[in-house]
Design a protein around this ligand. Structure first.
Ligand SMILES: [Zn+2]
Length: 238
């Protein structure tokens, strides 16, 4: 009876132990499985996003034009509002620029001021979504042909990079020959910016002369582009 009871206990303990080990090991495997599935998902999402959205990104030298677009989800790193004056009616989103151009832009605006030229920010970063809205509104009001002539398709506006900004003056009218346009053309390279769509270069840039649209490319590239009177497309050999 005593032995029988002891054997009975041994059998019970063995069964419970085996059950416990199977459960524990199984749970362990499950947890491990979940963890690896989780990190795989995270990595693949991340990889997907960098493949699809960041493929053209080479920091300040990224080329965005009608042939080189950005992904739908591309958003510049550390978007920030620079400490400059903005024209009336500028949206909160458009006050933002990529963090990398914040200081150079502030320095540019300060230097212009010292020369008696007052510049205002007019439109910096524009998200894919807002470009999509602008484009589709223009298509509705003027038709696709006119919309295509004046508005970049979503993903193909340089403003999505956060590396450029449209500058304006007190009259909200920077055109060829104004002192603000002249100052920008002569000086913006010193701060790492270029006039992205220069006069007479539409056949290369695809865009009419825009004396107000300045684009950050870094000081070395900006000086080279300025001194040689070329475009970003030519500088990059594209
Ligand atoms: Zn612009």
């Amino acid at each position: 009876m005593k032995n029988g009871f002891r054997n009975f206990l041994i059998v019970i303990i063995t069964i419970c132990g085996t059950w416990y080990i199977i459960q524990y090991a199984g749970l362990g495997l499950n947890l491990k499985g979940i963890r690896s599935a989780g990190s795989k998902l995270y990595l693949s999402e991340k990889d997907k996003s960098s493949d699809a959205d960041n493929i053209n990104i080479d920091k300040e030298l990224v080329l965005v034009n009608s042939e080189h677009g950005l992904g739908k989800y591309y958003k510049p790193e550390s978007l920030t509002i620079p400490d400059i004056s903005f024209a009336n009616g500028v949206s909160q989103e458009e006050k933002h620029v990529a963090g990398i151009i914040e200081r150079p832009l502030e320095e540019l605006v300060d230097a212009a001021k010292r020369d008696g030229v007052i510049l205002f920010g007019n439109s910096g970063y524009r998200s894919y979504k807002s470009q999509e809205n602008t484009y589709s509104n223009r298509v509705k009001s003027q038709g696709e042909k006119l919309a295509d002539a004046y508005v970049a398709k979503p993903g193909f506006s340089e403003h999505q990079t956060g590396l450029c900004i449209d500058i304006t003056n007190q009259d909200k009218n920077i055109i060829k020959g104004t002192k603000e346009a002249n100052w920008l053309a002569e000086n913006c390279y010193k701060f790492g910016f270029i006039i992205r769509y220069p006069y007479g270069k539409k056949s290369i840039t695809g865009i009419e002369y825009e004396p107000w649209h300045i684009r950050y490319v870094g000081k070395n590239a900006a000086k080279y582009i300025h001194d040689n009177e070329i475009t970003l497309e030519e500088y990059l050999g594209k």
